[in-house]
Ligand binder design. Structure first.
Ligand code: GTP
Ligand code: MG
Length: 198
């Protein structure tokens, strides 16, 4: 599924400026700098398909990537929360993110990324609330798992599980990942493949 080409085809410069719906969309959401763009690159085996940066606020639009010759679309979202840009800009993105998550009928799954070192924050809770109330299926992904000491990862996964157990639309498994070591990529690809055959 991920062996073929993945290519960029749309950036939504402003809220509501979305591509026509065709096929299934799978979106990657999360706070600024958690590693959304890096995860998309790791997943598609591309170094620089999605642009990454040390500075929070790199991705400033919803970016759409066509995968497996149009079988499905991956969506790289701007980060919510703090970013090295103006408060107004962050607010506008956050609005666009919530609008997209609420209103996109071909959105099959949202992967909500959380930095494994920091865990879930209140602002993540707001996004999970939007997803639960719109009945959009999502799964929590712990990122940068390579930064944790051995044993710590299990504790973080257990904490995340506890945090989502009462949530309606949450997939009841947490996915620990690292774009750096490739940990969790096989599981993530298998999850996407399952969505396509459901
Ligand atoms: P925004 O677009 O600004 O919201 O950020 P993002 O969530 O797309 O994060 P991005 O992929 O740009 O990565 C942010 C920083 O985290 C970069 O410095 C990456 O090198 C680093 N990073 C991403 N994934 C990993 C990982 O698995 N392990 C480690 N150690 N660092 C990572
Ligand atoms: Mg990004």
């Amino acid at each position: 599924l991920f062996a073929g080409e993945a290519e960029f085809f749309w950036a939504s410069a402003k809220a509501g400026d979305l591509p026509p719906m065709r096929g299934m969309e799978i979106a990657f959401a999360g706070r600024s700098n958690v590693g959304k763009s890096s995860l998309i690159n790791a997943l598609t085996n591309r170094n620089a398909l999605a642009r990454t940066s040390h500075t929070p606020g790199r991705t400033q639009q919803l970016n759409f990537f066509d995968v497996a010759k149009g079988r499905f679309t991956l969506v790289d979202m701007p980060g919510y929360g703090y970013a090295a840009v103006s408060k107004e800009k962050v607010q506008a993105w956050t609005q666009a993110i919530h609008d997209y998550l609420r209103g996109r009928t071909n959105l099959a799954r949202v992967y909500v990324l959380v930095d494994a070192r920091h865990g879930l924050k209140a602002i993540d809770g707001d996004v999970l609330d939007t997803l639960d109330s719109s009945a959009v299926s999502y799964q929590l992904v712990l990122t940068k798992i390579d930064e944790l000491k051995p044993g710590e990862a299990e504790r973080r996964v257990a904490q995340a599980l506890e945090a989502i157990k009462k949530r309606a639309a949450a997939f009841p498994e947490i996915l620990p990942t690292s774009s750096r070591t490739g940990e969790g990529m096989a599981e993530l690809r298998a999850g996407v493949a399952r969505l396509l055959t459901e």
